[in-house]
Ligand binder design. Structure first.
Ligand SMILES: Cc1ncc(COP(=O)(O)O)c(C=O)c1O
Length: 361
């Protein structure tokens, strides 16, 4: 058996050295006489793992000291539901800039708790572009403005997220965190499910400016309270310790590879390779996103004849290229090019696409 190039949107491809290290320590972790899966999260051995992962993530993303880093279970969607509970006072609205499916999800998760307003949306155009800043209708009294840095399904990405004035920006970076340098200080809060660029599914990172933790929010149980979670070092209850460990390994790998500046270079090259192949195919393949809004991480594309979709996927699999089926919302294909995807994987995909076109075009 050999490992394929896996273009899945998440859970996604992990770096092979990370998987090997996880495998090597699965049975026995260091000198503890047990797997890391089997030891207390409150013991010195796991605490060292957890704190190192946080320290390394702070280095990787240059997270300032006035930001807390939380490691939570429940995925990015649970964060979306907890944002209004933690940061919006009763009666206070929250603004949402909707650039795709995940922005809509964020709005839907918040709507039961607060007045969640649509400040701007690109839905009328099928989410093929971003809502321009001039069209954002912000509420001066909003608790925050929510944006989605990269829309994993629609394949649109902000090259620069606009400022929102005095209201804190809250950004879903699930599918583009650590893919390029990021100025954390421009945001009130950044969150990301780990299962794309940060490693394993089952753990989510929330980076939040500490002063926002003092916000009144809505009445909520301690387990839903980010201030309480921060005070307990994300261990109010048993954390997803294995996922935390593998996240730490993935962050270490990214640092060893040269950090986010190096991944920015690699990701730009990978995306250019694939978009050039699509655009140069004479219409056999097409991507419908406005060029300036095209995602470097998730590239949705369509074959000129959808009747060829199933054949494309099965021949791709035979060629060692998997995870290319598009999301059911859009159909077609999607290639996710996260940090763990080597350039050789994208070259193999592009070569396969050329051959497939030559045979079936
Ligand atoms: C941008 C974005 N936000 C949120 C989510 C939801 O994440 P989760 O499944 O961890 O709740 C996803 C999942 O793919 C995503 O891509």
């Amino acid at each position: 058996m050999s490992r394929a190039y896996n273009f899945s949107p998440g859970p996604a491809m992990l770096p092979e050295p990370v998987l090997r290290q996880a495998q090597a320590t699965l049975l026995e972790y260091g000198e503890v006489g047990a797997s890391i899966l089997e030891i207390s999260h409150r013991g010195a051995d796991f605490l060292a793992v957890a704190r190192q992962a946080e320290a390394d993530l702070r280095t990787l993303l240059t997270i300032p000291d006035d930001y807390a880093v939380l490691f939570t279970a429940g995925g990015a969607t649970t964060v979306q539901a907890l944002l209004p509970l933690n940061f919006a006072a009763p009666g206070q609205p929250c603004d949402y800039v909707i650039s795709g499916h995940w922005g809509k999800t964020a709005l839907k998760q918040a709507a039961p708790y607060v007045e969640a307003r649509i400040a701007a949306s690109s839905e009328a155009g099928g989410f093929r572009d971003l809502p321009p800043r001039e069209q954002w209708q912000l509420s001066p009294d909003a608790a925050y403005v929510h944006v989605t840095a990269n829309e994993t399904i629609h394949g649109v990405e902000w090259r620069h997220i606009p400022d929102a004035g005095a209201v804190p920006l809250v950004a879903d970076f699930s599918s583009s965190i650590a893919s390029e340098p990021l100025d954390v200080s421009r945001f009130g809060l950044i969150y990301a499910g780990a299962q794309k660029n940060l490693g394993p599914v089952g753990i989510t990172v929330v980076i939040v400016r500490r002063d926002l933790l003092e916000r009144a929010g809505q009445p909520r149980a301690p387990i839903l309270d980010y201030r309480a979670i921060a005070a307990a070092e994300s261990m109010l209850n048993t954390p997803p310790s294995w996922n935390w460990y593998v996240l730490g390994l993935t962050v270490q790998w990214m640092l060893e590879q040269g950090g986010v500046a190096e991944f920015a270079r690699r990701n730009a090259r990978k995306a250019a390779l694939l978009y050039d192949a699509i655009d140069g195919s004479g219409g056999f393949y097409r991507n419908e996103v406005a060029p300036a809004a095209r995602s470097r991480m998730n590239v949705p594309f369509f074959l000129h004849d959808p009747a060829l979709d199933a054949l494309f996927l099965s021949e791709a699999k035979q060629a060692g290229l998997i995870g290319l089926k598009g999301h059911r919302v859009l159909g077609g294909m999607r290639a996710s090019l996260y940090n763990a995807m080597p350039e050789a994987g994208v070259q193999a995909l592009v070569e396969f696409m050329r051959q497939f076109q030559a045979t079936h075009g």
